[in-house]
Design a protein around this ligand. Structure first.
Ligand code: THU
Length: 317
């Protein structure tokens, strides 16, 4: 690509030896394990961002990142931009911007503060149908580019900034297309996911400590939730998926359209063999959407999970 005029001198990757990232979690909606995972993600996002878009530093760059709730970002937005509303990300550069272009090299490597609203990130991830992980990384990169002098007031600048953001995200292998397309309307899919998460909160899993929630969508358009219900006589345990499906069947439903399975663990759930066979009873094939505790979504299908399955039609004479 031809370099644009006034492009600051860059020496990607060569100069940058140390990235100091100071992360402060004011928002308390995530547990310690998840915060640690996000901290690693932010470090990766900021480092890749600086490598690809940074200026010539000595050999070190320092960024402060603050994760807040909506009231705090709203107050900052009001104070600094005169906008009395929450927003997703704000950047406070320590360096002066020169007409939308990054300024020249500087003596102090402290770039400034990035403030991200976790609830706004969560809402936007839901709206876009991608993971919270992707949204948080994207907002961190967006905030960093502002610290580096990028802007999006003018169309050309905006396009340039977007290109850079995509470059960094691609480097992080978190492209927007990562999650499989759903055959369900995004809104309906989100509704199903929310129901599965709610059901998971009701799980009775004192023996395994492995709560599971499921939400089953039937052809009537109704959604039924279910959780795993364990028993001191272990073999009597019933899985979340079966409980959700049986709720629907007991109300007269017969045709399953999609099912979501959610767990608070980092690893994705997998429906057990028995549940796969029960899904097969009410659907020849349907989307099976898996959600983990990092709010990541993976979509598969019954046919993938249970190929060449035995089903009710085998018994039709
Ligand atoms: N479990 C489910 O609810 N769904 C599955 O498909 C896999 C397993 C539950 C059953 C039990 O309460 C716990 O997970 C550990 O096996």
């Amino acid at each position: 690509m031809k370099s644009e005029k006034k492009e600051p001198r860059r020496n990607p990757g060569r100069w940058l030896k140390t990235v100091i990232l100071d992360i402060d979690w004011e928002d308390d909606s995530l547990n310690v394990k998840m915060k640690e995972a996000y901290n690693r993600l932010f470090k990766q996002a900021i480092t890749e961002g600086l490598r690809l878009c940074g200026r010539e530093f000595e050999d070190q760059a320092e960024v402060s990142l603050i994760l807040v709730g909506d009231p705090r970002i709203r107050a900052l937005n009001k104070d600094y931009r005169g906008v009395d509303a929450p927003t997703d990300v704000l950047s406070f550069a320590l360096l002066e911007e020169g007409e939308g272009e990054p300024v020249a090299a500087f003596a102090d490597q402290m770039l400034g503060d990035i403030v991200i609203s976790v609830p706004r990130a969560r809402a936007q991830a839901e709206e876009c149908g991608h993971s919270l992980e992707r949204e948080m990384a994207y907002l961190a990169v967006h905030g960093l580019l502002h610290l580096l002098g990028f802007a999006h007031d003018k169309k050309a600048d905006k396009e340039k900034m977007r290109r850079k953001e995509e470059e960094v995200m691609a480097k992080m292998e978190l492209r927007r297309t990562e999650e499989p397309e759903s055959s369900l309307e995004p809104e309906l899919r989100q509704k199903l996911i929310r129901q599965a998460l709610l059901a998971c909160k009701k799980a009775y899993a004192p023996y395994s400590q492995y709560p599971v929630g499921a939400a089953a969508l039937f052809s009537s358009g109704r959604i039924y939730g279910g959780c795993n219900v364990e028993n001191a006589s272990y073999g009597l345990t019933v899985c979340a998926e079966r409980n959700a499906i049986f709720q629907g069947i007991a109300r007269g439903e017969r045709e399953l359209i999609a099912i979501v399975i959610a767990v608070p663990e980092d690893t994705f759930p997998a429906p057990c063999g028995a549940c796969r066979q029960v899904i097969r009873e009410f659907s020849a094939d349907c989307p099976v959407i898996l959600v983990n505790g990092k709010a990541q979504i993976r979509q598969t299908s019954l046919r993938e999970l249970l190929p060449e399955a035995f089903g009710p039609e085998f018994l039709e004479s």
